[in-house]
Design a protein around this ligand. Sequence first.
Ligand code: SF4
Length: 591
Amino acid sequence: MPTIVDLTSGAVERERRDDEPGHYDGTILGLRLMTERTPPGLDPYDPRALLFVAAGRLGGVRAPGLAKAVFLAKSPLTGVAGEAHALGPFAAGMRAAGVRALAVTGRAARLSYLLVENGEVSVRDAEELRGLGTAATTDALRARHGRDASVAAIGPAGENLVRYASVVTDLAHPAARYGIGAVFGAKNLKALVCAGDAEAPVADPGALADVAAFYREALPGNRLAAWQHGEPGFAGWTGEPPAPGYVAVRNFSVTAAAGLRAPQEGGYAGRAGTLRGACPGCPNDCLKVYAPPSAPERRSGGLGQEAFPSLGWNLGIDDLDTVLAANALCNDLGLDPVSLGGTLAFAMECAGRGLLPGGPAFGAAAALPGLVADVAHRTGELGDLLAGGAARAAAALGPEAARYAMTVKGAELPCFDPRVQPGLGLGYALAPGGPRYDALEHDLDFDPVEGLTYCFPEAARIGAEPAPAGRLDAERGTRTARLLRLWSALDALNVCLFASSPTRPLTLDRLTGLAAAVLGREFPVAELLAAGQERLDAMRAYAAREGLAGREELPARLHEEPVAEGPYQGAVLEREAFAEARAAFHAELRW
Ligand code: SF4
């Protein structure tokens, strides 16, 4: 039963949809509401646009893998349905405040925030929070509503309608991608505050406790889960630099040894903030906060796996403190580190090629904090230009610049290079919501030599058989579609990908057991996969409705510039093979 708030009138309604099957009060419901309640062709900043925030029926339950909230709206970056997820305590905060799903329409006359308490929603004035970072906003709202209140806030970037502004939950955990923070800003919505201590209902607590006990026991023996649990964790890149071609370096232009360092494990000493307990009920403790002692707001340093490549190597920067500080600043100002990194990398390459005179240079570590702030505040011509993202900046700079915008559907690519993992590239190009590094499990995990052999039987259950990571053919297209469908299901149900099948402890049987324990009914694997298919279909149908179907091409560089040396030397996405794989992908999803 979604609660729907109209910020223009202040009206709050509840729509009874409990009997409607297949939406789980998550993304699928949000997509249905967007389709039903908004006309086609609406500007994402139009007051009539619909913003959807949900924990769903499973999210926010205190159990392994359920600490996930979804934020959904028509993306100002892509023009299609943009979905971002916040892992951490916010989903539990929504459930504690008595809501599973919230839709917001209209535009408040003054900067405002929404307070959710005991299932009731009210609109409150937030003018005095204007211009504050997400941390100061969270502090101010917790001072009003209790230190245990969960807060999702935007910073100056969202207020200034930067097209890749994020929403930051509980200081450190962003719903980063696709500009949902700018949609908040367009609605004059500074924050969403959830206060309360209600328990999310669980039909079979005993069965849930069994899953939790299993997970705790399995964690140390699962290679990825153990890596996530340890320090600095899976977002803390350490050791040798990745092999050439594995991640983007200098806007994907360098695929030979780049001469850039990786952080050493000891480099994180003295930088740790909160390392444990971010996700209520999940013992994996993946979400860790790191920031250098000199960072102005260290609590904002929630470190995602993409931060170091996006704000470091892809900009020709390898200094750990520079990257950690830039990441914390991004979260405090409310910017997506991936799109910001991709946009800055584009600007740096254009500047180097004489297409953006006076633009920033690769490796300009000292300039990075100023660049982050200029984008968030749209300061000067450069800040304003880059606030629209790389694709729009390229359109403004002229046709020669277009080649260097590493985007799909207008959104910047994640930094894992698809020349080495072509299934990831298919996911970037074909996922109807835009490119994400976590849309599907990575190809290397299923490589017969380098892969995680323990997960091969589990992956085979959905028809994803092992294959050499670099191979691009029809079978790759089919496998990619099957893996995408599985993780789409987890997104649809507000289940954490980093806890789940095929590589982590929550296998298909554990996932369906978890859902059954919470919902109190059988939950077959077929229903799980059907949810994944429906989410993808609904996102695709929304794109078609907006006249934005297709746009399934990757930047030319990935087809034309092979990896130059190292173990992946020669890797490139042959156009013919890519087309063959794309056709097989479409066939598998019946598109
Ligand atoms: S697996 Fe990690 S990110 Fe996912 S819910 Fe558990 S602790 Fe959070």
